[in-house]
Design a protein around this ligand. Structure first.
Ligand SMILES: NC(=O)c1ccc[n+]([C@@H]2O[C@H](COP(=O)([O-])OP(=O)(O)OC[C@H]3O[C@@H](n4cnc5c(N)ncnc54)[C@H](OP(=O)(O)O)[C@@H]3O)[C@@H](O)[C@H]2O)c1
Length: 336
């Protein structure tokens, strides 16, 4: 089969399309013919050498949708020919509150979805909702799962509440935006691009501010008005994080799942305890989160916002867009 193989650590030029042996399904596993795959910032962190446990050669890619081609021992052969999406959370474990010690994300250390075929445990495939195309379905798994858990399982977002989503151009943020609107929340956003802010407002955001402007936090506060902000979901971290503590309502929640901008140099602890805030870390999600996320998409017939799609051969453009932060929505690579 053809696969995009990352061959040498910290070397983007070593990411090449190569002919590699087809994966064979072991007991309890299936092989999926990938029709579309999507990028996550994780893929870029790995290429840049900024991720734990990097090994080469490796086929990256956590997101995929396709058709089941083969099943291993113990797997219902009725899966063969079924259109599926893949849950990239491997071996979550028994505790819904936190992943277990064998937990892995598809696409490192296990070979991922940027290939014609991928091997996954059968418990990690879910029928693809019919209303979604393969590129749309491939856009959902990792980001949708992370965003669903952040908003609902951890963030406890309710209809009528106000949520602030930072960096709305990001893959996870764009899916959270659609899910939060579908759940009946009022959504405020930030972005480093006025164009992306405008797009978000046209798509239903109640307002937004550009985080490159020094006054962005004040602007958000004004937009939030009397109702304020009940929940903030962030993955940028950095020095902007302390502003979030000011912005959220007393008794409010801040959920975060990334630190794109690194650690904050200041964290005003007094304000956290006096305002009785919940600051909640979150990562990916459990099988239950994945199931509920797909159900939410289906129930509201949400079509994820896609950047691209790019052809398999044009994978370098897709990666470059993520490195440049140029995308709005999920960057998708098609194999059809
Ligand atoms: N823990 C987990 O399970 C998990 C899962 C998924 C992702 N993550 C992490 O979460 C982060 C986002 O992932 P992604 O895949 O959505 O990445 P992405 O598609 O590359 O999005 C990154 C976005 O961050 C925004 N950003 C950059 N600087 C910012 C700042 N100072 N303030 C606010 N936003 C800022 C930008 O938004 P604009 O374009 O709007 O400016 C950019 O588009 C990454 O650090 C990733 O590693 C963690």
């Amino acid at each position: 089969m053809k696969a995009i193989v990352f061959q040498e650590k910290k070397n983007f030029d070593s990411l090449k399309i190569k002919e590699v042996p087809d994966p064979q399904p072991g007991p309890g596993e299936v092989v999926v013919e990938v029709k579309a795959s999507a990028l996550n910032h994780r893929d870029v962190w790995i290429i840049q050498g900024l991720y734990a446990g990097i090994k080469t050669p490796i086929i990256l890619g956590s997101d995929g949708a396709g058709v089941v081609k083969e099943v291993g021992d113990g797997v219902d052969s009725g899966w063969i020919g079924q259109e599926v999406i893949i849950n990239p959370s491997l071996d979550w474990g028994e505790n819904p509150r936190v992943q277990g010690k064998n937990y892995r994300i598809l696409g490192l250390p296990d070979n991922g979805t940027q290939a014609e075929l991928v091997k996954v445990p059968s418990v990690n495939i879910v029928p693809k909702p019919r209303y979604l195309s393969f590129p749309e379905a491939a856009a959902i798994p990792l980001a949708g799962l992370t965003g669903y858990r952040a908003l609902f399982t951890q963030g406890k977002l309710k209809c009528g509440e106000t949520v602030l989503l930072t960096g709305i151009g990001g893959g996870v943020a764009a899916l959270m935006f659609q899910m939060a609107l579908a759940a009946g929340a009022r959504v405020l956003v930030t972005s480093g691009s006025d164009e992306k802010l405008e797009r978000a407002v046209q798509s239903g955001a109640a307002g937004g501010a550009n985080y490159r402007n020094e006054e962005w936090a004040k602007e958000i506060q004004q937009l939030a008005g009397e109702r304020g902000i009940d929940l903030i979901v962030d993955s940028a971290g950095g020095d902007g994080f302390d502003h979030l503590i000011n912005l959220v309502n007393p008794g409010g929640r801040i959920c975060f799942f990334g630190a794109t901008r690194g650690n904050p140099s200041t964290l005003t602890l007094r304000r956290i305890f006096w305002k009785q805030l919940t600051i909640q870390g979150t990562t990916m999600g459990s099988p239950q989160d994945f199931y509920e996320m797909v159900r939410l998409f289906e129930q509201h017939q949400i079509h994820p916002i896609i950047d691209g799609p790019y052809t398999f051969e044009d994978y370098r453009t897709a990666y470059q867009r993520m490195m440049d932060g140029a995308q709005f929505g999920k960057i998708v690579i098609t194999l059809e």
